[in-house]
Design a protein around this ligand. Structure first.
Ligand code: OXD
Ligand code: MN
Length: 645
């Protein structure tokens, strides 16, 4: 009896409204007898296995659960009252559940099965054409004090935001199923992981969350033990861009998202939880939640070092995380721990340790081919959920950047017509389990994470930033990270190709005032007795004709080799006003097809351009007023006087 006390209220919550229940799969619910009372069943109960086989799974799950957090129970119940779903489905995260949900979406015409001979186990989903990317202009941080959100965020008063969202959510799930998605960000047994529950009316979101997070019963059990979780409430609403908001309530560990079913707007474990809310949690708990890939590089001598690298959206993070060593660098191996987010914790040994909170990749498809990213290309040929790619006449997925096949149907399901633009949407995505990656690192499951040897920042810059430079120390590194700027891409709605400041690649993702965030970075650094080196790279420098100077992709390993050699004290460097650059003899260029002039340009610091850059960085940083740490200005003044000298 005692065991059951935690879940009885939920059971009532589930059945206390109109519901469609199937008893076919697991027999009638046994819970009433276990609880010693009968559930109240108001309204009509349909026994319709075809339409809604989901309640059966829910009953099965609940009868066998030792405990559900009463807070989860109460919250689900209050959301049920607000949104009025016709049924509730508690996700258990099983393979059977994913299979059943996938079949339902195929039957409903929301998922299309791709050619099983070429893309076995793969499906295509098409989003609403107005709902194809994250919407930063509709994303808010709702802190009681506006200053705490900072100039880097849209802000709304929490009471006003809750009221606005309440109006949108009221009755929004009528005739829909409400899915309760318990999830854990990070290995389920890691003390560094954090849990959440997403409530959504989108089965597509559930399928994505099942890949991207440790979703289901173990997470629900962990939440019951820990008693704390991030609450994410999501509804696709009517997919009306005028009724679309993504609200964050860091003080309440809460997220409310309405009106979009796409990516970071809707898969709340990802950007909303693992970055915006987690960055806040991290500050209060003494760690860092960052927009960084985590990659292990094994040198020919067999030593493996892990790097965490921050790049703005769609700057090649996934490619770098899965880099294939070129033939000219024999003996190197690459292991992927994560491609988008890193949670970094100071360890007892004075080093920084990282986990990847995600268990899958939600990657940009166009441009993926055997030359740019053979690992990704291979891993997305089975058991992958594609969103907004094109199709060949043979029902195979197709996207720009493939040299084989040709598009017959575009991403909107229309016959392909080049006059209407690309066949696959530029922000079309694959969702795939990380374990399918040929370079998957088993250390991704290590509860203590991996030790980080170097942090690497980067941006997409035609000019100014050299191929690579090293920060002088941690404090200078915080300035280097805060100075990241990049040309915008299709990952966010808005103009493409304009340079914008994107400190630590966190501009769209930091859940609080950047001034406080940089102070937190400085505080974390002060705790590290063996801090990682900090570097800045730019793979995207171009010549006067607009041609890329650096080949990129696998050849980037040469730059990372220099980074690791620096960290090991094996090579020297040239001091410059902005930091230390490779001496020409220390960067391995053997077998590389880059002209000496291009190499010179890649490794040069133009004082005139940098003076302008420093003044732009100053203008940017000054927005943060009294919240800007004094050390950051000291560092900037140091760079400025070195440039003047
Ligand atoms: C992403 C992004 O989707 O950063 O990872 O936009
Ligand atoms: Mn990202």
């Amino acid at each position: 009896m005692e065991q059951n006390e935690g879940y009885c209220p939920i059971y009532e919550g589930i059945l206390a409204g109109p519901a469609i229940i199937s008893h076919a799969a697991h027999g009638p619910p046994k819970l009433a007898a276990q609880c010693g009372k009968r559930p109240r069943m108001k309204g009509r109960v349909h026994l319709n296995n075809y339409e809604e086989p989901w309640m059966a799974t829910a009953a099965h799950l609940i009868t066998s659960l030792p405990q559900i957090s009463p807070d989860v129970a109460a919250w689900v119940n209050s959301v049920r009252e607000l949104t009025q779903p016709r049924a509730i489905h508690w996700c258990d995260g099983s393979a059977a559940e994913v299979r059943e949900l996938t079949s339902k979406l195929v039957r409903d015409g929301e998922l299309q099965i791709l050619n099983p001979d070429v893309f076995p186990g793969c499906h295509l989903s098409r989003s609403d054409p107005s709902d194809v990317a994250r919407v930063e202009h509709l994303t808010y941080i709702c802190t009681p004090n506006k200053e705490d959100a900072g100039p880097n965020n849209n802000w709304m008063d929490p009471a006003q935001a809750h009221a606005k969202m309440r109006d949108l959510f009221r009755g929004c799930m009528k005739n829909r199923t409400l899915y309760v998605v318990p999830y854990c960000m990070g290995p389920i047994n890691s003390p560094l992981s954090r849990c959440g529950v997403e409530i959504t009316d989108s089965p597509y979101v559930v399928l994505n969350m099942a890949i991207m997070t440790r979703m289901g019963r173990p997470a629900l059990e962990r939440i019951a033990r820990e008693g704390t979780f991030v609450r994410g409430l999501h509804s696709i609403g009517e997919l009306d861009p005028n009724r679309r908001f993504i609200m964050h309530f860091p003080h309440e560990l809460g997220i409310e998202s309405f009106g979009s079913g796409y990516g970071g707007n809707a898969l709340l474990g990802k950007k909303c939880h693992a970055l915006r809310i987690a960055s806040w949690q991290a500050r209060t708990e003494g760690w860092l939640a960052e927009h960084m890939l985590i990659v292990g590089l094994q040198n020919p001598q067999g030593e493996t070092h892990y790097l965490a690298c921050a790049f703005p959206s769609a700057c090649g993070k996934t490619n770098l995380a899965m880099l294939i060593p070129p033939g000219s660098l024999p003996g190197w191996k690459v292991f992927t721990v994560g491609d988008d987010i890193a949670w970094l914790h100071p360890g007892a040994d004075g080093r920084l340790w990282a986990i990847n909170p995600e268990s899958g990749y939600f990657g940009v498809v166009p441009g993926t081919n055997p030359e740019t990213n053979r690992n990704a290309y291979n891993m997305i040929r089975r058991d992958t959920l594609f969103t907004n790619v094109a199709l060949t006449a043979n029902n195979e997925a197709w996207w720009e950047g493939l040299s084989t096949g040709k598009p017959a149907i575009d991403w909107q399901g229309r016959p392909y017509d080049p006059a209407r633009g690309p066949a696959a949407h530029p922000n079309s995505r694959f969702t795939v389990a990380a374990r399918q990656n040929p370079s998957y690192s088993h250390r991704s499951e290590d509860p203590q994470g991996v030790p980080i040897t170097a942090l690497v920042f980067g941006g997409r810059r035609r000019e100014v930033a050299p191929l690579v430079y090293e920060a002088r120390d941690w404090k200078h590194g915080v300035l280097v990270g805060a100075s990241v700027a990049s040309e915008t891409t299709a990952a966010n709605v808005g103009q493409v190709g304009v340079v914008r400041r994107d400190p630590m690649a966190m501009q769209p993702f930091c859940g609080y005032n950047f001034g406080d965030y940089w102070q937190h970075w400085l505080d974390v650094g002060a705790k590290l007795t063996r801090p990682p080196g900090i570097y800045h790279v730019n793979w995207f420098r171009r010549d006067a004709d607009g041609k890329f100077l650096w080949p990129g992709y696998g050849e980037n390993l040469r730059v990372l080799e220099w980074v690791l050699n620096r960290c090991a004290g094996r090579v020297g460097a040239t001091e410059t006003p902005i930091g230390r650059l490779p001496r020409p003899e220390d960067l391995n260029t053997q077998g590389l097809n880059v002209s000496p002039d291009a190499m010179k340009a890649l490794l040069s610091v133009d004082p005139a351009l940098w003076k302008k850059e420093v003044s732009e960085i100053r203008t940017y940083l000054e927005q943060y007023g009294s919240r800007l740490p004094a050390e950051m200005l000291q560092e900037l003044n140091g760079t400025q006087s070195r440039l003047a000298g």
